[in-house]
Write a protein that binds this ligand. Structure first.
Ligand code: AMP
Length: 364
């Protein structure tokens, strides 16, 4: 049995070895924890800054046992962790946070939107689509156009296609590989926003300032924070985040992606049960960043303060953008975070830069 709060010197296990794991490991090290990474990749961004690296598949029972044996608490850094992996870790007696249920809900867009609505959190209207006739029926119910998304596995805008009319149902289903899907009404949004939030083991909640997201080609390009927002909008974003954390009986940091509609209403697009790209600005922009906050939460420590100390424009360095590191390093107002990935493949997240400016006292 693990007892909380975890003492410095304890070991935190992380499923996944990418940049989120790397920045979690760096934050954990600062608080005196060791980190063990389980990833199929021997030499990934996280393993290179962690005390222990276990190389294996996420479903490999030997690798999972090794992780459970060495770790006092286990977390994950991406949401496509196979559910059986968490079940196996729990069977081995490991303490897992965030809860497996949060992961399961986030892995299926239909389950996720149903869960959100049942918790009193608004989303676009949607319909379950198993086969082309379901999609044709969805046009009757929801109107046109519709955004068809696979229920599982889509990310960065992949696995989704706009459908203009019922007659296009077969082609659209085929384009997504005839997989179980969800049809969504257009969000008609004016801005895409996000809120990072955390919940501790004692139920304490900490909310970060609201941020504005700018996507290009389905990938997050820039975040500006704190976002300009009315008190009413901010209060609604905070209500949504706090309601979601409670409904999931959550422990850790969560990222909630929001649409601000033209009529001012806020809808949730989706949530990620982990630290999130829209929270990278907190590394230099907030009193305690999202990575340390996640470690604090899962270790049973008190949550840290989340107030903004700078206005930040966070830009992802995609692919060859990273080759501009020397120029970026000369910018005195910029803070550079590089993930140590070997190959700058097109569109790959290689790092990010946080450009700081004075906090506008009007912005919250
Ligand atoms: P997702 O994969 O669900 O995060 O969606 C990726 C992007 O597609 C979002 O960031 C939005 O820009 C856009 N998008 C997703 N759902 C909708 C929707 N129902 N209506 C309009 N745009 C959407």
């Amino acid at each position: 049995m693990t007892t909380f709060p975890l003492s410095p010197g304890s070991t935190i296990g992380i499923l996944g070895g990418g940049q989120l794991g790397r920045m979690l490991a760096m934050a954990a090290a600062r608080l005196g924890f060791d980190v063990a990474i389980l990833s199929p990749e021997a030499d990934g961004p996280a393993a290179r800054v962690a005390a222990h690296s276990i190389v294996g598949d996420y479903q490999d029972p030997v690798a999972l046992k090794a992780l459970a044996d060495i770790s006092d608490v286990i977390t994950f850094e991406f949401e496509n962790v196979p559910a059986p992996a968490l079940a196996e870790l729990q069977r081995l007696g490991a303490e897992v946070a965030p809860p497996a249920r949060a992961l399961a809900v986030s892995q299926d867009r239909l389950v996720e939107k149903t869960f959100l609505n049942e918790a009193g959190i608004p989303t676009v209207t949607f319909a379950r689509v198993d086969e082309a006739p379901d999609l044709r029926a969805a046009f009757q119910k929801l109107g046109a156009p519709l955004l068809l998304k696979t229920r599982q596995g889509g990310y960065d805008g992949k696995g989704q296609v706009w459908v203009d009319r019922a007659g296009g149902a077969d082609i659209a289903m085929g384009a997504l590989g005839d997989r179980p899907s969800i049809a969504e009404s257009p969000a008609d949004f004016r801005r895409e926003l996000a809120i990072i939030a955390a919940r501790g083991r004692d139920g304490e909640i900490a909310l970060y300032p609201l941020t504005e997201s700018h996507h290009e080609g389905g990938i997050l390009r820039r975040t500006t924070a704190p976002a300009k927002a009315s008190r009413r909008l901010l209060a609604e974003a905070e209500r949504i985040a706090a309601t979601l954390l409670g409904a999931l009986d959550y422990v850790g940091v969560i990222g909630v992606e929001l649409f601000e509609r033209d009529d001012g209403r806020l809808l949730v697009n989706e949530f990620a049960p982990r630290v999130h790209n829209t929270g990278h600005w907190t590394l230099d922009g907030c009193e305690v960043d999202q990575f340390e906050q996640h470690i604090r939460a899962i270790a049973g420590w008190p949550l840290g303060p989340t107030a903004a100390i700078h206005h930040v424009e966070m830009t992802n360095l995609l692919g060859e953008d990273v080759n501009g590191w020397a120029r970026l390093a000369r910018e005195t107002e910029s803070r550079l975070w590089l993930y140590g990935k070997r190959d700058a493949l097109a569109g790959r997240k290689m790092g990010h830069v946080n450009r700081l400016s004075r906090l506008d006292p009007q912005a919250t």
